[in-house]
Design a protein around this ligand. Structure first.
Ligand SMILES: Cc1cc2nc3c(=O)[nH]c(=O)nc-3n(C[C@H](O)[C@H](O)[C@H](O)COP(=O)(O)OP(=O)(O)OC[C@H]3O[C@@H](n4cnc5c(N)ncnc54)[C@H](O)[C@@H]3O)c2cc1C
Length: 457
């Protein structure tokens, strides 16, 4: 263990510290934050309660099959991709291979309007809708969406597209990019910004699954001296003197100069023992998470191999053959992710949801049941801790990385900071938290130098 005997100018005492920074949570945000701080030559300990690192970006590996926790696609123009590159994390991937991509409406299948030709020949839209969509797709990449922060996606879509099939298609596209089936509450600015990120650079399905990103980040941070601990559940984080005391569930205490918490909003409030009246606790009590149910299957044969991607128009479902692009399984085995975007107000029946997802697979890959090599149903995954709602100011309404009530404690995660959505929000806030920590250290050492100069004079 790293022990730093740091001279504290403000208390004029030596404090025994286990690390400069303790990061709580070993998911994407925690590991990016750790790698950034360690890169600046500060000591870091990452504490993860689970037995392995990765959080929601973990990949289950079994007999050469790599199964992410539901469908995971990395936005090539997003913050996570940029930071992984900046940190020299090695990973490879490919754009989804669309094959015959379809939109599902009842038993009908419509070609996905990827190209000008498929839009022109689509039987889904009226002539007027085709014209509106063509103009929208042209306009969208350069559209300034800031004025739409407090406007709901539904209001924006109805203004632009009316109530027909184009309305349903735009909601479907927004679901794909935000994972949220909540057009009535979702901020149009948040949804359209994420759509812009998707349209400008597409996504990658990552070879070996997202665990590759996690493992790469860990080795990067390890090279710079970061210590990693699994099975370390944190119970309390508090400021003591001018440092931070971290108490683990097993009673062990660790001390640091700063802490970065990458847990859920509710867990952060609990760890910090915040009163119900504190701004973070009040915000956390109103925030709505985004959930999904996932059916992840590996099949040794696809009856309709050309069917690689589908989205529901009249149902909030997703289907994609990820192994058609990324290396996720031995030759001949297909890794397929089917998902339902869950509404927070919907009645939750796991068996109905599983049957609905199986129904999508029946439609896309008839006879799939005889080909199953592996299958896993994840009924209630938290895709994001925060739906960027119009009423709360979209992504701008999320809390910042600094915890006002506890100086020296910083936050990161998909619910923190105004930049990005999903993993990009986790990555961007991890970068911001690491920069804030490093700035606070710089300020501390500048004021320490100042006081020494004063003493010397
Ligand atoms: C089904 C699904 C599909 C997704 N698809 C995409 C996608 O296509 N594109 C995209 O960009 N994003 C996607 N995401 C979102 C993405 O996975 C997350 O945004 C990202 O992985 C979150 O990382 P994080 O580090 O912020 O949080 P987490 O991964 O949740 O990490 C937090 C970690 O903290 C640990 N922890 C919690 N409490 C404590 C404690 N008290 N002590 C110690 N450790 C603790 C947890 O065990 C966990 O490991 C998807 C998510 C899901 C669920």
């Amino acid at each position: 263990m790293f022990v730093d005997h740091t001279f504290e100018p403000s208390t004029m005492s030596f404090t025994q510290r286990d690390a400069d920074v303790i990061v709580v949570g070993g998911g994407l945000a925690g590991l990016i934050a750790a790698a950034k701080v360690a890169q600046a030559e500060h000591s870091v300990i990452v504490l993860e309660q689970a037995r392995h690192f990765g959080g929601r970006a973990a990949t289950q590996v079994k007999s050469g099959l790599h199964l992410n926790l539901g469908p995971h696609a990395l936005y090539c123009q997003g913050h996570a991709f940029r930071l992984l590159k900046e940190l020299h994390v090695p990973f490879s991937g490919r754009f989804p291979n669309p094959g015959r991509s379809v939109l599902l409406q009842g038993k009908n299948e419509f070609a996905f309007p990827f190209s000008a030709w498929s839009l022109l020949t689509s039987g889904l839209f009226s002539l007027r809708e085709k014209w509106i969509l063509a103009r929208l797709l042209q306009e969208l990449p350069r559209m300034d969406v800031t004025s739409l922060t407090h406007v709901s996606l539904q209001t924006w879509i109805e203004q632009r597209a009316g109530r027909g099939n184009l309305n349903a298609f735009l909601r479907t596209l927004a679901r794909l990019n935000t994972y949220a089936d909540a057009a009535e509450t979702l901020s149009a600015a948040a949804a359209l910004t994420q759509l812009q990120v998707g349209l400008s650079g597409n996504v990658w399905y990552v070879d070996g699954g997202w665990q590759t990103l996690i493992d790469g980040l860990r080795s990067r941070a390890s090279e710079d001296g970061t210590e990693f601990r699994t099975g370390s559940s944190v119970k309390r984080v508090e400021r003591v003197g001018n440092g931070i005391k971290i108490t683990l569930a097993n009673g062990e205490e660790l001390h640091s100069r700063a802490a970065i918490l990458t847990v859920s909003p509710g867990a952060a409030c609990q760890l910090l023992n915040l009163s119900e009246e504190s701004p973070l606790a009040r915000w956390s009590n109103t925030v709505v998470p985004v959930h999904a149910a996932c059916l992840d299957v590996c099949l040794d044969r696809l009856s309709r191999p050309e069917h690689r991607f589908a989205l529901g128009l009249d149902r909030s479902v997703y289907y994609s053959v990820h192994s058609a692009a990324a290396k996720l399984a031995p030759e001949g085995i297909a890794v397929v992710h089917i998902m339902k975007y869950l509404r927070e107000d919907a009645e939750k029946s796991y068996s109905n949801t599983e049957a609905e997802l199986e129904g999508v697979l029946d439609q896309m890959q008839p006879g799939w049941r005889a080909q199953v090599v592996e299958r896993r149903f994840l009924p209630g995954m938290t895709v994001s801790h925060c739906l960027p709602a119009a009423a709360q100011g979209g992504t701008v309404g999320r809390p910042g990385v600094q915890v006002q009530e506890q100086p020296g404690v910083f936050l990161a995660g998909d619910w923190v900071g105004s930049r990005g959505t999903l993993a990009d929000a986790s990555a961007a806030s991890a970068e911001d938290a690491a920069n804030c920590v490093l700035n606070s250290f710089k300020n501390e050492s500048q004021s320490a130098t100042g006081s020494f100069t004063h003493v010397g004079n």
